[in-house]
Design a protein around this ligand. Structure first.
Ligand SMILES: [Fe+2]
Length: 268
């Protein structure tokens, strides 16, 4: 091959190589830019997801506050129920702490106590406010309230433990309660705590058909129910809490307005 032809070919190869190199560099730049756009898009999506999660959590808290308001309003319009859930929540919190629960766990139990009878919103006024004994058909409707309440709070993801307590607050240790007839320790501790506080407050509060019992009378009844329908250790703990020298019985009749018949729901 003539030297000038070889040189020309070599020059041509060099030009092709340079073009290929520049094309590769350009593609690399494009890829780099696309990568950067993807990274920014991903970061933005992550931020959106976090914002959405925070908004969702705030929304759930707002719904929870509305439910507390609703439960309060439901009680407040009836002199027999006014203040009942607040007192049950206070007692349940003290019981939970005395039982060794952590403060957040005790707070969940107290919040469930505030909402324990929310499901009564689904019970007709004529049954709720009936001063005489309920018929069996009316009891069937009344006994739906723990399930209704649990269904209302079920969408609150942060409150799943509370929903379980609302559902089981009328279970009895001997299995004769509702809605699931759970026995003994199969009943969640929070529900056993709310049950003891609920019965004590119902007994020490007046009803449309009887006056409030004295603290001592209520305690006698609770002792009779200990290890039968109520957790005996929790009954003893409640007595310790209420009769400690520094404690003033929360069920002092002078404090409580008349409240409904949750104790009657248990047949005691
Ligand atoms: Fe109830």
């Amino acid at each position: 091959m003539a030297p000038e032809v070889a040189l020309s070919q070599a020059m041509s190869y060099a030009r092709d190589l340079k073009s290929a190199y520049e094309a590769a560099r350009a593609r690399e730049n494009e890829l780099g830019q696309a990568n950067e756009r993807l990274r920014k898009g991903y970061q933005q999506s992550l931020q959106y997801a976090l914002d959405l999660k925070r908004t969702y959590a705030r929304l759930q808290r707002a719904i929870f506050q509305s439910l507390l308001g609703l439960a309060n309003a439901l009680e407040a319009k009836d002199p027999y129920t006014r203040g009942h859930s607040m007192r049950v929540a206070d007692l349940a919190r003290r019981l939970a702490l005395a039982k060794g629960r952590t403060r957040p766990a005790a707070e969940t139990i107290a919040q469930a106590a505030l909402l324990h009878d929310l499901g009564k919103i689904g019970v007709p006024e004529g049954i709720l406010r009936k001063s005489g004994a309920l018929t069996e058909a009316e009891w069937v409707i009344m006994r739906r309230h723990p399930l209704t309440g649990a269904q209302i709070v079920a969408p609150l993801e942060f409150f799943d433990e509370g929903a379980v307590i609302v559902r089981h607050h009328h279970e009895r240790l001997d299995g004769s309660g509702y809605p699931d007839g759970l026995r003994g320790e199969a009943i969640p501790l929070g529900a056993r705590i709310v049950a003891v506080a609920d019965v004590y407050d119902a007994l020490t509060s007046g009803r449309s058909y009887r006056a409030a019992l004295l603290h001592t009378e209520a305690i006698d009844i609770l002792r009779g129910e200990a290890d039968r329908t109520l957790d005996g250790r929790l009954v003893n703990l409640l007595i310790d809490i209420l009769e400690a020298p520094s404690a003033r019985p929360a069920g002092d009749v002078s404090d409580n307005g008349p409240v409904p018949d949750d104790a009657a729901e248990r047949g005691i």
